[in-house]
Ligand binder design. Sequence first.
Ligand code: CDP
Length: 247
Amino acid sequence: MGSTQDKPQLMINGKRLDGRGPADLRSIKIEPNVVKNAAGSAYIEWGKNKIIAAVHGPKEALPKHFADPERAIIKCRYMMAPFSSLEEHGRTGPNRRSIEISKVTKEVFENVVMLELFPNTEIDIFVEVLQGDGGTRAAGITAAAVAMALSGIPMTDIPYAVSAGKIGDTVVLDMDKLEDNYSDADMPVAVKPLDNEILLLQMDGSFTKEQLKQAISMITDAGKAIREVQEKAIRKPYEQIIEKYQK
Ligand code: CDP
């Protein structure tokens, strides 16, 4: 959230600067299997965000003392490329924010991946932001879910994530970077769509109880559209194989 001084007008006649209404998502496209050496991968364009997610494993957990004889462990590395935004990312390597986002992403997947099927192993999730425009942790989780599904590692459900925020007193879905800079609240949420269980909820700023309800219902409504894009990407490689053999 940015300072309220010099705040640009982010909503004009109920429309946001990019023409969206409060409950509208940016456009989302997902391309499956873009990294040859990964077990599963996906490239997502979510508005101006461009992100690659790749899943490796399950493979022997290293170092060995990290291995859990009962289940697989998940490691996650979220990173923004140095050229991904106007802000400086010149010094490569993890920073406080990337460590936090890696941790919350890992926790989302610990709650859906059937870890007990792969004792003593590790599953690695990589999220690389090539271009960032607000909401990258949500877009990264959404893409990583597709990468995980394509890897064939069983999950109890395919999670998605999106954030809701507040521009003045208006609850809005899926803020871009400019909106995020001047918003009054930002709440990324990851959801398990089968039962709408919340796998991640972070909040910057505050919502009233009513606003929170509205935000959650905007998120779960949008979840249906996000899920469709995810499913289309997961089906694509299989449809291509079927098409090839039908020729
Ligand atoms: O991306 P997300 O909204 O999950 O995380 P954030 O920490 O709330 O950051 C919002 C946006 O600010 C990011 O999506 C980036 O576009 C930008 N950002 C950046 O470019 N460099 C940073 N060090 C932090 C944020």
